[in-house]
Ligand binder design. Structure first.
Ligand SMILES: *Cc1c(COP(=O)(O)O)cnc(C)c1O
Length: 463
């Protein structure tokens, strides 16, 4: 069936979707009652649905389409690679040109001596790899008790057993017997919701020092690594105070703990540098990456590691019994290479730092004047709005968490904008190629959605 030339009517597609397709992170029963929105094509920063509506994609898909949709360079690179060698593995003492070129390219872009790459198919697989890798690293160095990995509450590190265990999402831990052993969580650096009367700098230090307390509680001889997203994405775009990451780095170094920066969202220009760790001024030992690595054109992830970590493996580790059928998938590598060439030739990370980022920040801050907005946050092209009934107190709504966020999200969608909600926090992460006039359109649509949300909650008596 040719869905492109002969698109069936929306209601037929919705019916088939409900009959056979279970969606991720979705209450299927309530989705099926309402029907999915069918996205049929995209170009630049815009999506179109099966009813012909044009929608500004304020989320870059799922935080990943950094170079925007419809990039011929990527499409053609994949087409050529598929004709040449669509698939081969890297298990049988074999390699192939796109894997070799991509590993070299990533090593060149990654800061410092993060020069070695292990490929995976996604961010979750990259984080599963991290868990096994850091434990194997310490065991190889004769310290097999260094096993525990410290993460944060409300972190997101993927959806596989290890990824979701590293993550600190209570709703995810509640399903399927998680977390797996030897993973613990400390509090997050979320000043708006948890900072109380502290100023942000003081709060950032206090939250970082919880890592030291946790290491002392466990004993450094039992701790392998600390993992964190430079900016928590799925947790609600939580931008830590500037004091946080340098203190985390000091603690990791002092206690001989590996520092893992989950760069799956922050990597590849999102925060105005190639990597989020550069924006926040720290040096990780390992760096899981995915999403912006290929701008989502094909699935691919990887773990980038330092010379020391890699040598630990190479010299003392023997065979690392780990890998995926699609590790270094040639067509996905070709997509990633073409994507990185666009990011480089259009200087997108620098453009985010000096042009589109500052412009969006200036416009985004104007939303703070809206009566419904308790705080605006932005870093590069990733931002959040905290919805609140009382800005001064940074108060949450009395209604169940997410009630107002959902209303706002639905108004955005109806207005032609994808803006996601995390509870009552609205988040954006548009493609890095967004223009000034597209930023203006985004802000105007957010304003309209906020006005409609205010009217709705007044009418429904939500406080
Ligand atoms: C999306 C995400 C992941 C998981 O990546 P998948 O490709 O969905 O498996 C891991 N870490 C972070 C920070 C993410 O945002």
């Amino acid at each position: 069936m040719d869905y492109i030339a002969n698109l069936p009517p929306t209601h037929v597609l919705q019916k088939k979707d409900a009959a056979h397709h279970l969606h991720p992170f979705t209450d299927t029963q309530s989705l099926n009652a309402k029907g999915t929105r069918i996205i049929t094509r995209a170009e630049g920063v815009y999506l179109w649905d099966s009813e012909g509506n044009k929608i500004l994609d304020g989320m870059a898909g799922l935080w990943c389409v950094n170079v925007g949709y419809g990039r011929k360079e990527i499409i053609e690179a994949v087409h050529r690679q598929m004709q040449q060698l669509p698939y081969y593995n890297t298990f049988f003492q074999t390699s192939h040109p796109p894997a070799i070129a991509l590993a070299e390219k990533i090593a060149k872009l990654a800061p410092g001596d993060l020069d070695y790459v292990f490929f995976a198919g996604s961010g979750s697989e990259a984080n599963d790899t991290v868990v096994r890798m850091v434990r194997h690293y310490w065991a190889s160095k004769g310290k097999p008790t260094k096993k525990t990995i410290i993460s944060r509450h409300n972190a997101y590190h993927g959806s596989t057993m290890a990824g979701a265990s590293l993550g600190g999402m209570s709703a995810m831990h509640a399903q399927g017997g998680l977390p797996i052993p030897d993973i613990t969580h400390i509090n997050q650096p979320y000043w708006y919701a948890e900072g109380g009367d502290m100023d942000p700098a003081e709060f950032g230090l206090a939250r970082a020092r919880e890592l030291e307390q946790e290491i002392e509680r466990l004993g450094a001889d039992n701790v392998a690594a600390f993992i964190g997203e430079p900016i928590q994405g799925a947790g609600g775009v939580i931008i830590p105070p500037e004091t946080y990451w340098p203190e985390i780095q000091r603690i990791c170094r002092e206690h001989d703990i590996l520092l893992v920066a989950d760069e799956v969202i922050c990597g590849f220009g999102r925060t105005g540098h190639w990597f989020g760790s550069q924006t926040f001024g720290f040096k990780p030992d390992l760096m899981p990456i995915a999403k912006g690595l290929s701008s989502g054109y094909l699935p691919i992830g990887a773990v980038v590691m330092s010379e020391d970590v890699a040598q630990g493996f190479i010299t003392h580790g023997g065979e690392f019994c780990h890998g995926f059928t699609y590790s270094a998938h040639p067509s996905a590598c070709a997509a990633a290479l073409a994507n990185l060439e666009i990011l480089e030739s259009e200087r997108l990370p620098a453009k985010v730092a000096t042009d589109t980022g500052p412009y969006l920040a200036e416009r985004w801050q104007t939303l703070a004047e809206h009566p419904l907005v308790g705080e605006t946050r932005i870093c590069g092209l990733i931002g959040a709005l905290e919805l609140s009934p009382d800005k001064k107190r940074r108060a949450p709504f009395e209604a169940e968490r997410g009630t107002v966020g959902t209303i706002c999200r639905d108004h955005c969608f109806a207005t032609g904008l994808v803006m996601r909600h995390v509870g009552d926090t609205m988040v954006i992460s548009p493609p890095l190629v967004i223009s000034h006039s597209e930023v203006d359109e985004l802000i105007e649509k957010v304003h309209r959605a906020l006005d409609l949300t205010s009217a709705d909650i007044a009418l429904q008596g939500i406080k």
